[in-house]
Design a protein around this ligand. Structure first.
Ligand code: NAI
Ligand code: 15L
Length: 269
């Protein structure tokens, strides 16, 4: 596949979308922006919902690839997750299929496997083929997205890299994040690798920096050409002094998904 140049970035107004709008153009991409809400400072961005199939068809027309970030990014009611993350991702893949887009990078999440016990020091890292154990309706919707990506590869030859992102924020803000943090610069490196690697079919990768306290295996991400350069360790002393070490007997700290595993779901009112 020739290196993509024009890339549709869905979820461009969100936290990760804003970080990637700043970082990805340096790799030579021309970004077309899409979000349900206006993207600040970007009058050319497409403002539309993932439920609007006509708008999606127009948005994907002529792009070389898609980075799909749009959706509900935390736990919510099943109905809301269903519309935005499950139906919305289906609508996007259908539009991409109809318009002949060959490559998608899907923002999956650690919460697909959030109920996996977190490794203690000395334990093996969590492998990328660990059984799926979603911790929320949110994690379940990302699990659906990964299966949808597999189906569209097997049926239609559309390639996807599903990036199970740990926590991508400017800095880690919790002791848990020291283990799953992906610096924004490493995020851009990984998305670039996912856009340009040859023959990815449908590949699931873990998305983190090269953290000293890493919980999961980055081999598959590295096999795409990803070379992380950051490590959360410089933040460790301050965060541990403020919050204490993770307590293995605290249920909030027992699993990869952290407090997502223990917070009650938000039921419809
Ligand atoms: P965010 O909540 O800041 O941004 C999501 C964006 O999607 C928002 O701008 C929102 O307006 C848009 N959106 C939501 N529903 C939509 C719909 N129906 N139609 C069109 N646009 C819609 O989330 P963030 O942190 O930027 O995450 C981006 C993606 O990466 C999400 O899919 C999230 O699940 C995933 N992810 C993020 C992680 C992180 O650490 N930031 C970790 C794991 C996954
Ligand atoms: C996610 O999937 C969320 O989108 C993000 O906001 C963080 O909560 C992240 O996981 C995390 O696990 O830290």
């Amino acid at each position: 596949m020739p290196a993509p140049r024009t890339v549709l970035l869905t979820g461009a107004a969100g936290g990760l979308g804003t970080l990637m709008r700043g970082l990805l153009p340096a790799y030579g991409y021309e970004l077309r922006l899409f979000d349900a809400v206006p993207v600040e400072g970007e009058p050319g961005a497409i403002t539309a919902d993932l439920g609007d199939r006509e708008a999606l068809r127009e948005a994907v027309r002529g792009v070389d690839a898609i980075i799909h970030l749009a959706g509900i990014s935390l736990e919510s009611s099943f109905d809301k997750i269903l519309r935005a993350n499950i139906e919305g991702t289906y609508n996007l893949y259908e539009a991409a299929r109809e318009e002949g887009v060959r490559r998608v990078v899907f923002a999956s999440s650690n919460h697909v496997v959030g109920h996996t016990p977190r490794p203690l020091p000395g334990d093996p890292l969590i492998p990328v083929d660990a059984p799926r154990r979603p911790d929320t309706f949110y994690g379940l919707s990302k699990s659906f997205g990964e299966d949808l990506a597999q189906l569209y590869w097997d049926r239609h030859g559309m390639e996807t890299v599903s990036v199970r992102i740990g926590s991508c924020f400017p800095e880690p803000t919790s002791v848990r994040m020291l283990s799953v943090w992906m610096s924004p610069r490493d995020g851009a490196r990984l998305f670039h690798a996912a856009l340009t690697a040859e023959g990815v079919r449908h590949t699931v990768v873990h998305g983190s920096s090269d953290n000293t306290r890493l919980w999961w295996d980055l081999t598959t991400a590295r096999s795409l050409g990803y070379e992380p350069k950051d490590d959360s360790e410089p933040y460790a002393a301050r965060l541990i002094a403020e919050q204490g070490e993770l307590d293995p007997d605290n249920p909030d700290h027992a699993h990869l998904g952290g407090h997502f595993c223990t917070d009650p779901p938000i039921w419809p009112r």
